[in-house]
Design a protein around this ligand. Structure first.
Ligand code: PLP
Length: 798
């Protein structure tokens, strides 16, 4: 695939928008020429006041609010505070007549967080004592009007929204109003109109809405300017007191540049002949084009809102088997800026909006929001569509989604160990490209499509799909996978074993501890062997990949990979407080390990809680004092002592506050020295000075291939690409060949510095000290004109 360096295509307009050139000019004029203070009585002030009042009229026109107050604020969040604060102050004043008993503050379950958080905050701060309660929504995101009917009479405030920011769902305000007012004529009703302005015609004066908000930066005005509408009948208590600006409703000198810019935008919205913003029909046609391309690129896509119930500018979708972060990383690599529907600090945290809609977890965890601006252009949308289709092609080439035509021979054969992760769970696929044979170890349900796609795309002969034990914390998809891959499963390796071991093995090997182990031949020189390794659960087995030597011996130094399930974890050992556990058996299993595997054998666990990917016995012994004592050849910890201490260790596992059931107590090891802090400007010089180092990009191959112009980073050829799914394979080769001893620094890079940082830390953890990473990533240094948001660290709502 040949692609040029992608320029940004911004499809995240619900987060914020580019300021209209005219708005920027007017803001500049308000700073340089019309810079007066609207409160001054001289002519410079009067000119400024004129801008303020003209903008207020425009707001009235766009919101359809001839009556009521229009107050300029710093944004919608502040405007929401004022609405909530004013209502609750009034509630408090009237408290003498009513009691808090059973009184409610209701809000739609999919509201922007600014709403429930304000309700909670002011309810607590003002000591109101009401119950803050969610109004449930249905699977399309529509409010449960039955619930609203049932509770509206007990409510002091009801907060709903006109258009949802994640899904674009349009709420029927007339219907909501009818429900609310039939039950409660007095209740304060606030409607967040932030995502509706410019997309829907609003007529607030014709409604009984008490408070409504809009925000400049969502409609091509700058950040820092917002509007609160307060109806004639609604109560208003200023949040800020001071100079009495905004008729005393909001003191503080007005943000006149922001107001002037907002006016420029509102003029375009208000004038039906103005062509700055696209009309509805055009926006719908843009949406349709994007939807078609998404379907072409990602055939298993599901849309999280019926498109006819949403504004055309927002598309929310998920792709089975892909987390939001994975899709965002891919789109970002292709130069398309979208956002996840969720804060994606963790792969397992989903979108609260989609959760409230009752959609399955995978849809919530994989939600992507594409939102384009009102000023979008035909060529921009076409370019976005071709890029989207390119991402689909890249995923097909990486075997992550099924090929359109079943492949005869894989385009890019994969060889070695592949590690897929879902949260902390690890699933492993071993492929021998020469014989096209593969083995799957510990496949978890969430990764089944991905494993199946890889195996199909590589046309592998599946020898075995095995589990190390019956997992307590998650489902294995072993049987499902065997069923789905029936046509590729090798008939001579049929299995009736509960963990998938083939019924007929090739022979018996002798392990380093003298015990016999069944094996079958995997590749021309490697066998796949197993031995019982109980403890974490009594049905535990370990699998080994290694070379048989004289007399069928599988010696420790000849074992490349050991799949030990949850016996030995990265930074801990498996817990033994499950009903299916045996601490005594774990003690014996641990003591056997050093006789079976070598210090450099890569231990591939069933979980990775710390982004270590995999580990070695030497590393664990060095970092885990308890394990070191258990394995001490001279002063071995006695069994009794082990049982006693192990019980205490397991009791420390925090079952309550973890997102998933943890399979062992983990001590994370932190490295603080792997980070190279250079400014984007220094990037080029840095790489030019480090030509002797191994520069390794850890992005997945489908992301990596989009980055073509490496010269902007001072590199005369592309760096090595070691995707994190191949990191364990890389680690094993590095440890065995001991390439680190050649004194070549290893410098990991990625888009934002997050993944490369983890890779460098993981290498250091296993003793490769000369590994580094570029803090902050190469997004800024690599492409000077593009500032790429790091989705990993963003935790707030936009
Ligand atoms: N309400 C909705 C629906 C939003 O989308 C946002 C911003 O994301 C806000 C409120 C908060 O707006 P502001 O950034 O102006 O405070």
């Amino acid at each position: 695939m040949t692609l040029g360096v992608p320029a940004d295509i911004y499809l995240d307009a619900n987060a914020t928008t580019r300021v209209l050139p005219q708005a920027a000019e007017d803001a500049k004029a308000a700073m340089e020429e019309l810079f007066g203070n609207p409160s001054s009585s001289h002519i410079t002030g009067i000119r400024a006041r004129q801008i303020l009042e003209r903008t207020r009229s425009l707001v009235r026109s766009v919101l359809g609010a001839e009556q009521g107050q229009i107050i300029f604020t710093s944004g919608a969040t502040e405007a929401i505070q004022i609405g909530v604060f004013s209502t609750l102050i009034q509630v408090r004043e009237q408290r003498s007549q009513t009691s808090a008993n059973g009184r409610l503050l209701l809000y739609g379950a999919t509201e922007h967080k600014a709403v429930p958080q304000s309700l909670l905050h002011w309810n607590r701060t003002l000591d109101i004592g009401n119950r803050v309660m969610e109004i449930p929504v249905d699977r399309t995101g529509m409010l449960d009007l039955g619930f609203l009917r049932e509770h509206a009479a007990s409510a002091d405030m009801i907060c709903t929204m006109a258009v949802n920011n994640e899904t674009g769902v349009v709420h029927d305000l007339m219907e909501i109003e009818h429900t609310v007012r039939t039950c409660n004529e007095q209740v304060c009703w606030m409607v967040d109109c932030v995502q509706a302005v410019g997309k829907l015609r609003l007529n607030l004066s014709a409604t009984t809405v008490d408070y409504a908000q809009m925000s400049g930066h969502k409609i091509h005005a700058p950040k820092g300017i917002g509007v609160l509408y307060v109806s004639e009948n609604a109560h208003l208590t200023p949040l800020f007191a001071g100079g009495g600006q905004e008729s005393g409703a909001r003191s503080g000198t007005e943000n006149l540049p922001g107001v002037a810019a907002l006016a420029a935008v509102l003029r375009c919205l208000d004038d039906e002949t103005d062509l700055t913003f696209k009309d509805l029909q055009t926006l719908v046609s843009y949406r349709d084009q994007i939807v078609e391309s998404l379907k072409k690129a990602l055939p298993s896509i599901v849309f999280n809102t019926p498109l006819d119930k949403a504004v055309p500018t927002t598309i929310n979708f998920s792709v089975k088997g892909f987390s939001s972060k994975e899709v965002m990383d891919l789109f970002d690599a292709a130069g398309i800026r979208v956002s996840s529907g969720s804060a994606c600090g963790s792969a397992l945290r989903g979108s609260y909006v989609l959760d409230a809609m009752g959609l399955p977890r995978w849809r919530s965890e994989g939600a992507i929001r594409v939102s384009f601006g009102l000023t979008s252009q035909d060529d921009e949308i076409s370019a976005a569509c071709s890029r989207i289709e390119e991402t689909g092609k890249a995923l097909r080439e990486a075997c992550l989604i099924p090929a359109e035509e079943p492949a005869t021979a894989p385009e890019s054969p994969v060889d070695g160990l592949i590690q897929f992760k879902y949260g902390s769970m690890c699933s492993w696929v071993l492929i021998d490209s020469k014989t096209s044979r593969c083995i799957v170890i510990d496949p978890c349900e969430e990764l089944s499509d991905r494993i199946e796609n890889l195996i199909r795309c590589q046309s592998c002969d599946v020898l075995a799909v095995v589990d190390t034990h019956l997992h307590v914390d998650h489902d294995s998809c072993r049987e499902k996978l065997v069923g789905n891959l029936d046509d590729l499963c090798n008939r001579s390796f049929r299995s009736t074993d509960p963990l998938g071991w083939p019924d007929s093995s090739s022979g018996t090997a002798v392990l380093g501890d003298g015990r016999q182990a069944e094996y079958f031949v995997f590749s021309s020189d490697m066998v796949f062997a197993r031995t019982e390794l109980p403890g974490h659960t009594t049905d535990g087995w370990a699998y080994f990949v290694g070379k048989l030597k004289d007399n069928n011996c599988l010696k420790p130094q000849d074992i490349r990979f050991a799949f030990t399930g949850d016996t030995l974890l990265i930074g801990g050992i498996g817990r033994t407080d499950f009903p299916s556990s045996s601490p005594k058996a774990l003690y014996e299993s641990l003591q056997r390990l050093p006789c079976i595997v070598a210090d450099s054998t890569l231990i591939c666990p069933a979980h990775d809680y710390t982004h270590g990917w995999s580990t070695t016995l030497e590393t664990e012994r060095r970092l885990n004092k308890f394990l070191a004592r258990v394995l001490d050849p001279v002063m071995t910890m006695p069994l009794e002592q082990f049982l006693h201490e192990k019980r205490a260790i397991d009791s420390e596992i925090d079952n309550e506050n973890s997102e998933e059931l943890i399979c062992g107590l983990i001590c994370s090891h932190t490295n603080e020295n792997s980070s190279i802090d250079i400014s984007p400007e220094q990037c080029k010089e840095f790489f030019a000075d480090h030509r002797d180092s191994r520069i390794i990009d850890v992005r997945e191959s489908h992301e990596f291939k989009f980055h073509q112009d490496w010269s902007v980073l001072g590199l005369d050829k592309p760096p090595e690409n070691v995707p994190l799914t191949r990191f364990s394979d890389f680690l094993q080769r590095l440890l065995v060949t001991n390439e680190s001893s050649q004194n070549r620094d290893i410098i990991f890079i990625c888009r934002s510095g997050n993944r490369s940082g983890k890779a460098a830390d993981a290498l250091r953890r296993v003793g490769v000290e000369n590994s580094w990473h570029i803090a902050g990533g190469i997004a800024l240094g690599g492409r000077p004109n593009s500032v790429s948001a790091d989705s990993v660290d963003i935790e707030y709502e936009i």
